[in-house]
Write a protein that binds this ligand. Structure first.
Ligand SMILES: [Zn+2]
Ligand SMILES: [Zn+2]
Length: 567
């Protein structure tokens, strides 16, 4: 018995020493000699409305306690719910945005008008729709280790990207199964009640998307933002918060908000009037007048980053015309041992330990950003990440969009009669096709009526189908058509072989729009037997209304004229 007690005491002592020795460094409270006048806030927060734990009131209260001035709440949705107007709660400006699930990852849309149809499907289409609806889109958790959370469409023209995401930070640590990482993670969990923000901050590692970001930012403005991805809910089931049966309020909203923040440079101080301030906050986010900070390591942060040359001086997020040597200047309140690194794209151009850093770089184009990394034992922690300053050589003339070679041959698929056109639908939906006239020239059109069955989305669809003469598609490389609908929609154009379908979705407006869909732009609709569309096996062309972008219970009419195979 005595021996048992001794062993137990030794084990407890070892555990205590382990926890004590692996406690994350205590948060450094910084004197802020020169306040940088930036507005601190947080983006990417989930409330009760989707899979978060708290109400917007509780979220705002936590944000106020963390010293933040605004919160962008991003509940999961499809863009069809009208956004709540901005409002001040507990002195914190609450903005209502939406996180949309696409087949290529999650996309946050803010400042967007209500979508007339559910947004979803391919990432490139959702990115286009958000843009058309006037919204600003942020790629969420692009480098998540979880397959369906990771961003996959790097050609889409998204506006911004998360360079820190606390959900990703946690998942990346958990995905590493080496015993060292396991032990480290266990220590962080044990340390959480003692030093919550420090424990979460210590999980953050440098983003893995910088090379991709550098390649894109060379050509266009691409804003970088931190995403808290705060749910205040940790699920017990396989780490999937949304599907969890049991959950803990971990990490709390307060802990998340004390871990990380985004700092915005607005044109002037906030006024206290929600509508006016929301416009200023959104303009600053859109412009990339922002830097991110890991407050769990040290706070409050202060950063001023400028670039100067013969044409003048600009600050974070802005653009400068190339002209003569360039001086980059960073002034911060970085604690001793912290390291300020300047980057041009993915290339390092300076590395310093001072709070006041000047670096001269030769004339030429560049995308410069400042990053301050914490000191040991957090040496990889990106304490501050600035948006870039873009130095560009003014373009002589705008580059025209890539030319689509005009068609040299064409086969009409519609001769004014419905012959060869049929409608298919699931057992509960309805559809029909007839001939009508459309447009000012009273052209004959295929008028296609659809009625998706109501209820939960369970594969309802209505398709207008043209059987294609054998091997016709092997002599074509695209299909062209003119289309309009009673209300704005997104439908799918597909080629079908005996077993598989390939698709590209198109936006349909209430007036006639010409569309050309290149066959090599089609992607598999579900699993397909081959990676590449086998054109010789294609039997039919389909126009499909389904629940990807149309709500169950919707009915309407669509007019199609001049469907033509071309090459
Ligand atoms: Zn997400
Ligand atoms: Zn999220």
């Amino acid at each position: 018995m005595r021996r048992f007690l001794l062993v137990a005491a030794v084990l407890v002592a070892v555990a205590a020493v382990f926890i004590a020795s692996s406690l994350p460094p205590r948060h450094l409270a910084l004197a802020d000699p020169a306040p940088d006048q930036m507005i601190p806030g947080v983006i990417h927060v989930h409330s009760k409305r989707s899979d978060g734990r708290g109400t917007s009131d509780e979220i705002a209260e936590a944000a106020a306690r963390a010293g933040l001035k605004f919160v962008v709440i991003t509940d999961h949705g499809d863009g069809t719910r009208p956004a709540d107007p901005p409002e001040y709660l507990h002195g914190v400006l609450c903005l209502d945005a939406v996180e949309i699930s696409t087949s290529g990852g999650h996309y946050i849309a803010l400042d967007m008008s209500t979508s007339p149809y559910p947004l979803g499907g391919e990432a490139r289409d959702v990115v286009d729709d958000v843009k058309r609806l006037g919204g600003f889109g942020i790629v969420a958790h692009p480098d998540s280790p979880k397959d369906d959370l990771r961003w996959r469409d790097w050609d889409a023209s998204f506006d911004a990207i998360e360079i820190v995401n606390l959900d990703t930070a946690w998942r990346r640590r958990a995905a590493d199964t080496s015993w060292r990482q396991r032990l480290d993670l266990a220590a962080r969990l044990l340390a959480y009640p003692v030093r919550p923000a420090e424990s979460i901050a210590a999980l953050v590692q440098p983003s893995t998307i910088w090379d991709r970001w550098a390649a894109l930012a060379k050509r266009r403005h691409l804003v970088t933002l931190p995403g808290a991805d705060a749910h205040a809910r940790l699920g017990w089931r396989a780490g999937d918060a949304a599907a969890a049966d049991v959950s803990a309020p971990l990490p709390s909203y307060l802990a998340s908000f004390q871990t990380m923040s985004v700092h915005l440079r607005t044109e002037r101080a906030l006024t206290g009037e929600a509508g006016v301030d929301a416009r200023m906050i959104i303009r600053a986010i859109r412009a990339g007048h922002a830097y991110s900070a890991i407050d769990g390591a040290a706070s409050p942060p202060s950063l001023d980053f400028t670039a100067s040359n013969a044409h003048g001086t600009v600050r974070i997020g802005d653009e400068l015309s190339a002209g003569g040597p360039l001086t980059l200047h960073v002034r911060s309140n970085a604690p001793p041992g912290y390291r300020t690194t300047l980057w041009n794209g993915a290339t390092q151009v300076g590395d310093h330990h001072e709070q006041d850093v000047s670096v001269e770089v030769p004339e030429g184009e560049g995308v410069y950003r400042a990053e301050i990394r914490a000191a040991s034992p957090l040496q990889d922690l990106p304490w501050i990440i600035s948006n870039p300053i873009y130095v560009r050589v003014p373009a002589e003339a705008p580059v025209a969009p890539g030319p689509v070679t005009p068609p040299s041959a064409a086969v009409a698929l519609f001769d004014g009669s419905p012959k060869g056109w049929t409608v298919e639908h699931d057992a509960t939906s309805l559809g029909a096709v007839e001939i009508a006239e459309t447009g000012t020239t009273r052209q004959p059109a295929l008028r296609w009526r659809f009625g998706l069955a109501s209820g939960a989305p369970e594969g309802q669809f209505v398709a207008l189908i043209a059987e294609l003469p054998h091997a016709l598609t092997t002599t074509s490389d695209r299909v062209a058509f003119t289309i309009r609908a009673e209300r704005p929609m997104r439908i799918s154009v597909q080629l079908r072989t005996e077993h598989d379908r390939w698709q590209r979705s198109v936006y349909v407006d209430t007036f006639n729009r010409d569309n050309t869909i290149m066959f090599d732009d089609l992607l598999p609709a579900g699993p397909t037997a081959t990676d590449k569309l086998p054109l010789a096996d294609v039997r039919s062309l389909l126009f499909v209304v389904d629940t990807t972008n149309t709500k169950p219970g919707t009915s309407g009419r669509i007019w199609i004229t001049g469907p033509t195979l071309q090459r």
